[in-house]
Design a protein around this ligand. Sequence first.
Ligand SMILES: NC(=O)c1ncn([C@@H]2O[C@H](COP(=O)(O)O)[C@@H](O)[C@H]2O)c1NC=O
Length: 510
Amino acid sequence: MSNEKTIKSALISVFSKDGLEPIVKELNKQGVTIYSTGGTEKFIKDLGINVVPVEDVTSYPSILGGRVKTLHPKVFGGILNRQNHDGDVAELAEYEIPQIDVVIVDLYPFEKTVASGASNQDIIEKIDIGGISLIRAAAKNYADVICVSSVKDYAEFLELISANNGSISEEDRKRFAGKAFNVSSHYDTAIFNYFNKNHEEAALKISETNGKVLRYGENPHQRGFFFGDFDELFTKLHGKELSYNNLLDVDAAVNLMLEFKNDAPTFAILKHNNACGLAQRDTLHQAYVDALAGDPVSAFGGVLISNKEIDKATADEIHKLFCEVVIAPSFSAEALEILKGKKNRILLEIHDVDMPQTNVRSCLNGVLVQDRNNVTDKAEDLKNVTNTVPTQTQIDDLIFASKICKHTKSNTIVLAKNKQLCASGTGQTSRVDALEQAIHKAGSFKFDLNGAVMASDAFFPFPDCVEIANSAGIKAVIQPGGSIKDQLSIDFCNENGVAMVMTGTRHFKH
Ligand SMILES: NC(=O)c1ncn([C@@H]2O[C@H](COP(=O)(O)O)[C@@H](O)[C@H]2O)c1NC=O
C-alpha cells in the first residue's frame, strides 16, 4: 500500500453517538490523542477515556448556542496543513497548532428535521456549519488526513485501524474523501431544495445516495443503474435481481394500482408498462382469472399486481403462468410457499408509502420535470353532453376504464365492460388506430363489446372514433372534450343513442 500514515490524533464531533464506542476504544488502545466537542466529549469521558476538549485547542468556549465551536484556525490549521510542506509545518509550530490525522463527524440531521414537520427556526438550527466544514477540510486534505463522515462507514474504518495498527494507506484515505464529498454534497442538496421549494432558482438538484448497478440497461449492450431507495417502497421476498425493464414495469404497475388502492379486490397484469389485463371482482381469485382473460397471450412474462393480500387460491392460479414479478400488499404464508416454487419469480411486498410527487426524465441535453398526474376522474366530475345519459353500471365502467387509460401510453383507447379490461390500443400515432387495435384485440379474445364502454386519454378531433365504437356495440364514452369539433361527436352519439361524458381533464402519457 502506498503512503501509509499512522494515526496519532483524531477530532471527533458527532450528532448521533450511536456506534462510536468501539471506535473510540480502539483509538484509545492505539494511544491516539482524541479531541472533541461538547456532547461528544462528554460521551467519550463517560466511557472512561481521555479526551481533550476542543476549547483547550482554540482557547475559546463554544459560543452562540453551539453555532461556533470548531470553526477556528487552530482546528482547521490542524486539519488542512500539508505535512510534506515545510512552510505549513513551520506555521503549525509557530502557532502551536496540533496535527489532526482523523476527523469523525456525524452532521446535524437536517433532512430528518424537515421530514418531522419542525418549525422553520428548528430547521435552520439544524443546518450544520462546523461539521460540514470539518468534513470538507479533512476530505480535501486526504493526502494526510482520513475523514469518516457517516455512521455507515464506522465498521470499515474500525477494520482498517484495527488491522494495521492505526496505519492507513493513501488509497483508503482518498476513498473515504470520496464518501465525504458524497455526504457533504447530498447535505447541501437537501438544504438547497428546502430553500427552493417554490423553484425561485431555475436549478434542479437531485441527490440519490442509494445507487445500484443493474445487470444492464434496457438492452444487454447498455449499462444500467438505479438510484433510489427501493427498500423504502418494497420488501423483496423472493426471486432474482430486478432488471432495468422490471423496474420500469414495477413503477407502472404501482402507479396504476394506486388508482384502485381502496377498491374491491383488483388484479392487474402489465407488459411493457401498459395494462394488458385488469379486473375488479368480489374475490381476488376471480379478479386474477378475469384479468388474465383480458389477454392471456401478453400476460406471459408480465408483471402482476393486486390491491389485496394474495391468498392460496389466487397463488395457485398465478403459479400456472410464467411471470416476472408479483406485487401485493401482502402474501398469505401458503401463497408465498406456492409462488416461491419458481426460483426466479420476483415477489414484492409493497409498503404503504406515498410515491414521489414529481416526475423527472431526460430530455435533449437536460431533464424534464413535471408534477405527478394526481387527477383521477370521479363520477361527480362527469359532464353529460348527450341526450342519452349513462346508467350507473356504465358510469362505474367509465371511471374504471378512465383510470386504466390514465396509466396507458398515449394515444390510447381503453375498452371495458363489467369492471374488466376488454382491450386497449396503446401508444398509437392516431386515436383511430388505437381504437381499431383495441377492437381487434377484444375480438381475438372473444369479448362481446355490446354494452362495453370506451375511454380516451384525449379529445376526439373528429367523430370517426365514436362512429367506429358505435359499430362495435359500444354505448358509453368518456373523454376530456375540448376539440373544436366536439359537437360532431356529440351529434353522432345523439343520433345513435350513445351516452358520452366529458371530464375536462386530459390524461396524456408519453
Ligand atoms: N459550530 C461548529 O463549529 C460545529 N462544529 C461541529 N459541529 C457539529 O456539532 C455536532 C456535535 O456536537 P456535540 O459534540 O456538542 O454533541 C456534530 O453534528 C458536528 O457536525 C458544529 N455545529 C454546527 O455547525
